[in-house]
Write a protein that binds this ligand. Structure first.
Ligand code: PMV
Length: 339
């Protein structure tokens, strides 16, 4: 696994502004994966949510100069920006907007993107890839982007990927620790009284954020009152999760995750593969378990009672069919985990 040297974090926002000449030296931009602990889907309806960076997984963009037209190299495509396939159109628009924002024509760039974040699993792959390119391009030109500018640029790619993103993914992939998020408002970093030990398990099935969000929208329009009640319950869970983190109360955190899962099931964003991983996690001693991200494929997150229980819980989840598991420790600054 590629582990970022400390200096690459926030490179683009720490470098002095100089937009007059292109840097002859390659630059790197980095962003991490993300986990939503509470409030997925309800966050789209202006309720709060809690997310954190998932620093074991990350995306990095290496920007260098080449002769000829600008090119992209990624797992999906290798070729000129102009000829990139439709699936990358969000990314291409994001790159073009970024070079414009930093005041350059953006010619003769080689944009090489590598990511360890599996796609379609609710772990923030699309936002992280976009954020790494935005940061890399800004760093390459020695430009300073404000946080809001960075978010607006990532949002260009996210709109292509998700339709109507709340913006939580974009915030999470450049965050340094858990935070409370409400759409269109500045994030609030959260206190963590005691480290919490999570296990993320991948069902191996791809989710589709846009379809899951549209499904909830359909339900919201058809059964407004009932859906509002579920969204309010999900918002109440967010307050409980925030308190549980602050007070270091693992029992309350687990309980809240279970309540969140009940509500997420009620709005039909869980599925049988995720449900069976959740049942397995609880049987193996997890204090709580829920989907993370948009669901209908993707991952679950389970809370282990303590650090010692993480390995057996992960192993039980793998025996139950999880394609991959990752431990995640929640503390106030999750970025340090990767360094
Ligand atoms: O990218 P995903 O699959 O983790 O979904 C993001 C969370 C949602 O609340 C489902 C959508 C959004 O835009 O907030």
């Amino acid at each position: 696994m590629w582990t970022p040297p400390k200096k690459f974090w926030g490179d683009s926002i720490n470098t002095p502004l100089s937009t007059s000449t292109a840097s002859p030296r390659p630059a790197l931009g980095l962003a991490s994966g993300k986990l939503i602990l509470a409030g997925e889907h309800s966050v789209v309806y202006d309720r709060p949510a809690i997310a954190l960076p998932f620093t074991r997984l990350n995306a990095r963009a290496r920007i260098s100069s080449i002769d000829g037209p600008s090119r992209v190299s990624s797992g999906y495509y290798e070729g000129t920006l102009d000829d990139a396939p439709d699936i990358l159109s969000g990314m291409v628009d994001c790159i073009r907007a970024t070079v414009k924002a930093v005041g350059h024509p953006g010619e003769h760039l080689m944009i090489q993107v590598d990511s360890t974040i599996p796609t379609g699993r609710g772990l923030g792959s699309s936002a992280a890839v976009a954020a790494s390119a935005v940061r890399g391009i800004a760093a390459y030109y020695g430009a300073v982007l404000s946080h809001e500018e960075e978010m607006d640029l990532v949002r260009i790619a996210e709109v292509h990927a998700h339709g109507t993103p709340s913006g939580i993914d974009a915030e999470a992939v450049v965050s340094t620790g858990p935070f409370r998020f409400v759409k269109d408002r500045p994030v609030t970093p959260l206190q963590v009284g005691r480290a919490m030990h999570l296990v993320v398990a991948d069902s191996g099935l791809r989710g589709n954020t846009r379809a899951a969000v549209e499904g909830v929208r359909c339900r919201f329009e058809k059964e407004r009152a009932a859906t509002e009640t579920h969204l309010d319950q999900l918002a109440a869970v967010v307050d409980d999760v925030q308190r549980a983190l602050r007070e270091g109360d693992a029992e309350l955190l687990g309980l809240s995750m279970n309540v969140a899962q009940r509500e997420l099931s009620a709005i039909c964003v869980s599925d049988s593969a995720l449900d069976s991983l959740i049942v397995e996690a609880l049987q193996a001693g997890a204090l709580g378990a829920k989907i993370t991200g948009s669901g209908l494929g993707g991952c679950i997150v389970a809370l282990a009672p303590d650090a010692e229980s993480v390995a057996p819980l992960a192993s039980a989840l793998r025996s139950a069919g999880a394609q991959e598991t990752w431990p995640v420790v929640v503390h106030e600054r999750n970025v340090e985990e990767a360094q």
